[in-house]
Design a protein around this ligand. Structure first.
Ligand SMILES: Cc1cc2nc3c(=O)[nH]c(=O)nc-3n(C[C@H](O)[C@H](O)[C@H](O)COP(=O)(O)OP(=O)(O)OC[C@H]3O[C@@H](n4cnc5c(N)ncnc54)[C@H](O)[C@@H]3O)c2cc1C
Length: 548
């Protein structure tokens, strides 16, 4: 294909691939540019767990989870808490996505070959009020094959379209400017980077060997968020809302999630909104076997670990594992320290610790149902979790509490008093024999076990943490891990980029994480999980249907 194309897409991640397939499916010619090499095709989605937010599905119904579009929309609004004038389109996109997630999404993805693990996860359980933040029911559908399984139908179709001359990939093409002529978009400029055979996810060399420019009247920006660029994360960090900027961060995303295209798109006239809304996690581990710079791995915790701040005070509800990410972030940072602690034991880690990421879950990525049951219901945690327990610098494993706290003090700057930690754990443990209980976390554990999915593979049988038969004791130092960008390029329902007056810029579209997953931030302030891949699919599809 020469440089004549009906559309040019910047970013070959999930959103770009979905948009490209839609365009090519309509017979349009597409050039897909990416600053990374072909080995990185699919961007972040490859590394993801492949969890999708879907509503009222056969998987939920089989587990007696009663869900509906209305309940999901109410949960979404309670979480988003939209309160800005520019939230008009984000709210409209959220409404349209929930409609999609409760209707066409699953049958469409099923027809493309996707299948889901039968146990639906209950992520982000909420901030304590029925009409506030959180999922009222389990909705996190893990795709078989995890992230690569989500990408597969789109990668396969895009390669098929490449054979037919409808899609051309140009890798190692870094866009540095969008061109405008006579009020509309007219093309892109950039650098061709030197070839690189670094493995997927590793930082590639950034040197340019030459420049390029391509004329095209239709550009779709699908360049991802800012999570791999600590400078931008720090610049937009909402101190008043989330607390003092953490000094130490680990990165939950590869280096290419650099956010540079946001300013470039802004320079071409697009409005950037809600940049202070972001979704970082409080359960980050330093990866003992890193792939990208500052590589962090997020623990997806079940409900039983006790959560303490850096000074050894137990975090108050709703700051419990898996409940309310932003409230927990605030509580941690309010101490003036960046880290917090889980205290648990072997019985809890073995049933409740999962690690986010396709490479950390080979049973779900490459195996079948029996492999998953074997890996998750055995006498130890999964091999990947056990490897972190043994090799990650953030773990302390001891037989008695005093030596555990001693190890924690060595890691966390001598802020903890063993006696105070003991009295808080003993108080919690004493509630195990109390069928009533006033400990909110103990209530949450019991509620979780009412759900078959949690009882099977996610929530340990309630027991005393200090019961030596359940040991050894484990402490995990938790770091703040950067991940998702909830704001970005302001778009409408057709993924058209809007200028600061709210008018569509002719020829310019945006989708996926760079567009706040649709609209410029369809999550508002909080996410319900599984809505990132879902938002890339939904907004990428909208862009591919309306552009070109
Ligand atoms: C470990 C991990 C686990 C996750 N788990 C889940 C999950 O279970 N569920 C869920 O919903 N979400 C999950 N996510 C989030 C989700 O994967 C991402 O939000 C989503 O894949 C983003 O897709 P995207 O296409 O918008 O951007 P990206 O995947 O970031 O792709 C953007 C592409 O644009 C390219 N690019 C950027 N700038 C330029 C430029 N100037 N010129 C040329 N190319 C450029 C990049 O190289 C990249 O290939 C997870 C993410 C990670 C990292």
């Amino acid at each position: 294909m020469a440089d004549q194309a009906d559309a040019l897409i910047v970013g070959a991640g999930l959103a770009g691939l979905v948009a490209a397939c839609e365009l090519a499916g309509r017979g349009k010619k597409v050039i897909l540019l990416d600053q990374e090499g072909e080995q990185n095709l699919g961007g972040q989605a490859f590394w993801s767990l492949g969890g999708l937010f879907m509503v009222d599905t056969p998987e939920q119904r089989r587990l007696r989870v009663r869900d509906s579009r209305e309940l999901a929309f109410s949960d979404w609004m309670g979480s988003a808490q939209f309160d800005r004038e520019e939230d008009h389109w984000p709210r409209r996109v959220a409404e349209a996505y929930v409609e999609f997630a409760a209707g066409e999404m699953r049958p469409w993805l099923y027809s493309l070959g996707m299948r889901w693990f039968p146990v639906v996860g209950w992520a982000e359980r909420g901030g304590a009020f029925a009409n506030g933040h959180g999922n009222s029911v389990p909705r996190f559908h893990i795709t078989w094959g995890t992230g690569p399984g989500v990408l597969k139908p789109f990668v396969d179709r895009a390669r098929e379209f490449r054979k037919r001359g409808l899609i051309e990939f140009r890798f190692r093409h870094r866009v540095t400017a969008l061109e405008r002529r006579g009020g509309r978009i007219s093309g892109v400029r950039g650098d061709v980077l030197i070839a690189s055979d670094v493995a997927r996810g590793e930082k590639s060399p950034q040197e340019a060997e030459k420049n390029f420019s391509i004329d095209c009247p239709c550009i779709i920006v699908t360049s991802g968020g800012i999570g791999g660029n600590f400078e931008l994360v720090r610049k937009h960090w909402p101190e008043r809302r989330m607390g003092k900027l953490p000094k130490f961060l680990v990165s939950g995303v590869p280096h290419h999630v650099d956010g540079h295209m946001l300013a470039i798109t802004g320079k071409a006239g697009a409005s950037l909104i809600n940049m202070d809304r972001m979704w970082h996690y409080t359960e980050g581990l330093r990866n003992w076997d890193p792939i990208w710079p500052h590589h962090g791995i997020r623990i997806l915790p079940g409900p039983s670990s006790m959560w303490f701040d850096a000074k050894g005070n137990r975090l108050p509800a709703p700051c419990m594992p898996g409940f309310d990410t932003i409230s927990t972030m605030k509580a941690i940072l309010a101490t003036g320290h960046d880290h917090s602690w889980f205290i648990l034991n072997q019985a809890i880690i073995k049933k409740e610790f999962a690690l986010s990421g396709s490479e950390q879950n080979p049973d779900l990525t490459e195996g079948g149902f029996l492999d998953v049951l074997k890996a998750r219901r055995g006498s130890t945690a999964t091999p990947q979790v056990e490897a972190f327990k043994e090799k990650c610098a953030d773990f302390v494993v001891r037989d008695d509490l005093e030596s555990l706290v001693d190890g924690m003090n060595r890691l966390g700057g001598n802020l903890l008093d063993a006696g105070r930690i003991r009295s808080q754990i003993e108080a919690r443990d004493s509630q195990m024999a109390n069928p009533f209980t006033k400990d909110v976390q103990v209530m949450a554990i019991r509620t979780a076990r009412n759900y078959l999915g949690d009882r099977l593979i996610r929530t340990a049988k309630p027991h005393r943490i200090l019961d030596s038969a359940k040991g050894p004791l484990i402490a995990v130092k938790l770091n703040i891990l950067t991940r998702k960008t909830l704001g970005g390029i302001h778009t409408n329902l057709d993924a058209q980029a809007l200028d600061t007056a709210g008018s569509a810029i002719e020829g310019l579209f945006a989708a996926g994480e760079c567009a706040g997953f649709g609209g410029g931030g369809y999550h508002g302030y909080n996410a319900l999980e599984g809505t990132f891949l879902g938002g890339c699919i939904f907004s990428g599809r909208a862009a591919g249907r309306s552009a070109g």
